[in-house]
Design a protein around this ligand. Structure first.
Ligand code: ATP
Ligand code: MG
Length: 323
């Protein structure tokens, strides 16, 4: 039975091969790459060797099969990944020269909207330590939000904890609407995974640190602030801990946040303290950006261990060099 349960969209990502190629002109695309924030997180938990259960829906089509094949290979339990008549969800994506991304989603009306957590048997929820949800899922529709909230309450009633990545998708849901819609999830969360911008949006704070402290007052045990190449900071009632970013060549930033959350949950599940968990999450996020494609850089337990071992050697060397 799942230790980490993830509910939400799976989609294929179809990307422009070069930076700065707009989506409103003909040109080449690369893909399909299996993707979707919750799917990436499930994939990463599976590859790290823990029992990940994924609740989702894909189309009975080639894109759906592409996703299912990948998740199965990563050891994710797909009992509740339904194949439905609608087309598998898609996201077209291009990277701008400044490093930002532009998405064009086909989520509403796709298989992703047919997510049905109510169908999950109560026995499957027993023993779930963490239920992980993403704001990108809540942005699909009010119906999906209500169904996810029912799932949260069922899991919490059985002793499981909610992990929530706000993952705003302004293309699907305006920021103010999303902030209001996320409130019941923030209030029930044991762990929050905001970026700096998201912490500010959710609280009205002018700095990420202030925003994270305000979020902490809303009840979670940990607010893990993701800072891209700068690493990550965890805020807990006991204080703050920062782990600097690992030095890597960023090839594709998509999926870093999802691998980060997965590694943090796996580490906490295994009894790590906040700093140890943050270190593992930071390394997982760094590895994720080194490969092109949202799931292509998802680390296994082995690659994560090797990377952390190498990383500490590099840190020692740079300290000796005085840099
Ligand atoms: P996404 O939504 O694209 O998956 P995110 O915006 O939620 O990502 P980021 O802050 O981009 O989250 O990345 C999550 C974590 O991954 C960071 O906190 C950091 O630990 C690691 N990370 C991301 N980018 C880099 C990078 N260029 N170098 C090193 N580590 C990185
Ligand atoms: Mg994110």
């Amino acid at each position: 039975m799942p230790e980490v349960l993830i509910a939400g969209e799976a989609l294929v990502e179809i990307m422009r091969p070069e930076v700065g190629q707009p989506l409103d002109e003909p040109g080449p695309f690369e893909g399909p790459f299996p993707s979707g924030a919750p799917a990436i997180c499930a994939d990463a938990v599976g590859r790290m060797g823990r029992f990940a259960g994924f609740i989702s829906a894909v189309g009975a089509d080639d894109f759906g099969r592409c996703i299912v094949r990948r998740l199965a290979a990563s050891g994710v339990d797909l009992t509740y990944v339904r194949a439905v008549p609608q087309t598998t969800a898609m996201a077209f994506i291009t990277y701008r020269a400044d490093g930002s991304r532009q998405f064009l989603f086909h989520l509403r009306g796709s298989a992703a909207e047919a997510l049905d957590p109510d169908a999950v048997d109560a026995r499957y929820l027993q023993g779930v330590a963490y239920l992980h949800l993403s704001g990108s899922t809540l942005a699909i529709s009010a119906g999906v939000r209500a169904a996810c909230l029912r799932l949260v309450d069922r899991v919490r009633a059985l002793g499981g904890r909610l992990s929530f990545d706000p993952n705003f998708r302004p293309e699907l849901l305006p920021i103010e609407v999303a902030c209001a819609a996320f409130t019941p999830f923030v209030e029930r969360a044991a762990i929050l995974f905001p970026s700096g911008q998201e912490a500010c949006w959710m609280t009205g704070a002018s700095s990420p640190e202030v925003g994270c402290r305000m979020l902490l007052e809303r009840g979670p045990a940990i607010v893990a602030l993701k800072r891209g190449a700068q690493g990550a900071t965890a805020f807990t009632p006991a204080g703050m801990v920062h782990v600097p970013g690992e030095l890597v060549d960023e090839v594709d930033p998509t999926g870093a946040g999802d691998c980060f959350a997965a590694a943090m949950l796996v580490a906490l599940l295994e009894g790590a303290d906040t700093e140890q968990a943050l270190t593992m999450a930071n390394a997982a996020g760094a590895l994720a950006v080194t490969r092109r494609g949202p799931m292509e850089g998802t680390p296994t337990r082995q690659t994560l261990r090797e990377f952390l071992a190498r990383g500490s050697v590099r840190t020692l060397q740079s300290r000796r060099r005085g840099s």
